[in-house]
Design a protein around this ligand. Structure first.
Ligand SMILES: [Zn+2]
Length: 592
């Protein structure tokens, strides 16, 4: 990994880019002693087990075992490679990376994402200029004005205009001398059948789409009349992943964290309308339906509760239905605001104002109320209708993990339908039995299966982990580890590997665990190290030596007891037992 960049550079970046700053842009963290904790972005959980140590510059999740330094976090969270993670931090903090040591292929990966971010910014400026151009932007400006948007919101969201014509953007690319290859990568130009390209967006209002760190990742465009498609988004690129992007996150973040809740609308103009009326904690899903990634991102990074403000037409209700099961699965509280028929959030707030909108949100349906009421509307309350309603709702009900919430919902449903609660319980149970184990359970299994084989006693493993933790945080003990050949006694092979690495190349500074991680190719080993040093143990010479003595003692005791068991098995002529004991002994010898 580290071969691409000199170690000093990586250290410089790590020292400049504080891990808690980088992570808190994406995850809400609260102080807990010396550490910071939050809801893990990598697995579903209700109580925070995701821990960031500013002192050690590492993170570790006690729930799913994820862990590492600032680079590993970005790699996992943004789904990028090591090189890109280093580059993105270097760029952000203005640290120059020497490119001479990279191969051409590596240089290409490093620069492509950056060049796209830069180019998108230039494109945004280009579209903006078109919108303010007296003649070219006239229709666009008039359209925005007619819809009631003021200059402040247009500027804040950097709205622009794609002129009517097939090669405006292509002309701009030519003017700023963008390479053909890079221009294509933006997804904003489309190859013609025979030769050349044409602009994807023509005669449209342009909306740059930002990520949470304020970089432009893509664009959306809306026509000025009723022609189709009404909305168009740029295709996914190496920097634009639709299932992880929400329109307006950059503007919503602060207010959402402050209030603890966030409004989710469907369209660009819905979002801008809310923003213009001072509802700053709002984002839009951009025509794609809400994904589990979206919900996880909101829950970890923004707010505890979402308000879904979808159109009150059938499509909107369907979208709300689909989203609710995602919220239930991800364990995020949500409510549905149902606007009067014929309104969308945009038209509603322009007509009735901010206060009316806030009042409507006070009357929002809880997820379950919404599901029940729409089902009642569809099926009615006849005997047959009730059966259908329960059959519609047993699936989402069975997905609720919180027992209290579940029984409240069931009670609500039972009262609404005027039937016995136990009947509903029975129905739900039948769903549960037919389902595979939930996500969280799978994660836990994954954690335990990775930690040890059956032949290693948990006591020895605990010792070995403690010793590695000690070696990482009290490097003065390393000579003694070597002298006593402590690692030769280890059973867990991964811990042996980490141990040798520490002995061979001790951390640059005492306790610089984050630095050591850069030398590890394996995410598994990084995770393991993070889990070992996140503890609060303070090491000094005294307790280090005590631990070593205990470890060696215990190891010898085990060997002795194994020897006496073998002797006993020989005497009693229990061949199966003897065989298994001899095998154990052999394993020990191999591991030495
Ligand atoms: Zn986790």
């Amino acid at each position: 990994m580290a071969i691409y960049f000199p170690e000093e550079k990586l250290t410089e970046i790590r020292n400049t880019a504080n891990i808690s700053d980088i992570i808190s842009e994406r995850v809400v963290l609260k102080k807990a002693g010396k550490d910071l904790v939050g809801l893990c972005p990598f697995h579903s959980e209700k109580t925070p087990s995701f821990t960031v140590s500013p002192a050690k510059q590492i993170f570790h999740c006690f729930g799913c075992g994820a862990g590492g330094n600032v680079f590993s976090f970005l790699m996992k969270y943004d789904g990028i490679g090591f090189v890109e993670a280093v580059q993105s931090l270097a760029r952000r903090y203005g640290i120059q990376l020497p490119s001479s040591e990279m191969t051409p292929a590596q240089k290409k990966i490093v620069s492509e994402r950056d060049r796209l971010f830069d180019l998108n910014k230039q494109i945004m400026m280009f579209y903006k200029e078109q919108l303010s151009d007296r003649s070219i932007g006239k229709t666009g400006r008039e359209y925005l004005e007619k819809r009631g948007f003021n200059q402040e919101i247009i500027d804040q969201f950097s709205l622009g205009f794609a002129p009517d014509g097939w090669d405006s953007l292509i002309g701009f690319f030519r003017k700023i001398k963008t390479s053909q290859a890079l221009a294509e990568k933006t997804g904003l130009i489309i190859p013609k059948k025979n030769k050349g390209f044409y602009d994807r967006f023509r005669n449209r209002i342009m909306f740059p789409i930002y990520d949470v760190t304020n970089q432009i990742i893509g664009f959306g465009g809306r026509v000025l009349d009723d022609s189709k498609p009404k909305y168009l988004n740029s295709p996914e690129t190496i920097i634009y992943n639709k299932s992880r992007s929400l329109y307006g996150v950059q503007a919503a973040k602060e207010k959402a964290r402050e209030t603890g809740h966030i409004y989710i609308v469907e369209g660009y103009f819905d979002l801008l309308a809310l923003q213009q009326h001072g509802i700053k904690n709002s984002v839009a899903t951009l025509g794609t339906s809400l994904t589990p990634d979206h919900v996880r991102m909101l829950k970890r990074g923004f707010a505890q509760k979402s308000f879904l403000v979808f159109d009150s037409d059938d499509a909107g209700l369907k979208a709300a239905h689909r989203s609710i099961s995602i919220f239930m699965n991800e364990g995020m509280d949500a409510a549905v605001i149902v606007l009067p028929k014929g309104y969308d959030p945009d038209s509603y707030i322009f007509k009735n104002g901010r206060d009316a909108f806030l009042q409507a949100s006070e009357k929002a349906f809880s997820m379950m109320e919404f599901l029940v009421e729409t089902a009642v509307k569809i099926h009615g309350l006849s005997m047959e209708g009730k059966v259908r309603i329960i059959s519609d709702l047993k699936e989402p009900l069975s997905q609720i993990n919180d027992a209290v919430a579940k029984s409240i919902y069931i009670k609500y449903l039972a009262e609404r339908l005027n039937i016995d609660e136990t009947a509903i319980f029975e129905k739900i149970k039948s769903v549960k039995q037919n389902q595979p184990a939930g996500r969280f359970k799978q994660n836990q299994e994954c954690v335990s299966s990775e930690s040890e084989g059956p032949s290693i006693s948990s006591e020895m493993l605990r010792f070995e982990k403690q010793i590695i933790s000690m070696m990482l945080q009290f490097p003065e003990i390393l000579p003694e580890i070597e002298n006593k050949r402590v690692l030769d006694y280890f059973i867990d092979k991964r811990l042996v590997a980490i141990g040798h690495l520490i002995v061979e190349v001790p951390p640059p500074r005492a306790g610089d665990v984050a630095g050591l991680m850069n030398r590890l190719d394996s995410v598994e080993l990084q995770k393991m190290i993070a889990s070992l040093v996140i503890t609060d143990e303070a090491w000094d010479r005294d307790n280090c030596e005590k631990l070593l003595a205990q470890f060696i003692n215990s190891r010898q005791r085990r060997e002795n007891s194994l020897l006496s068991q073998i002797k006993a098995a020989e005497e009693s002529k229990d061949e199966t037992l003897l065989f298994s004991l001899l095998k154990k002994k052999q394993e020990q010898l191999i591991n030495r």
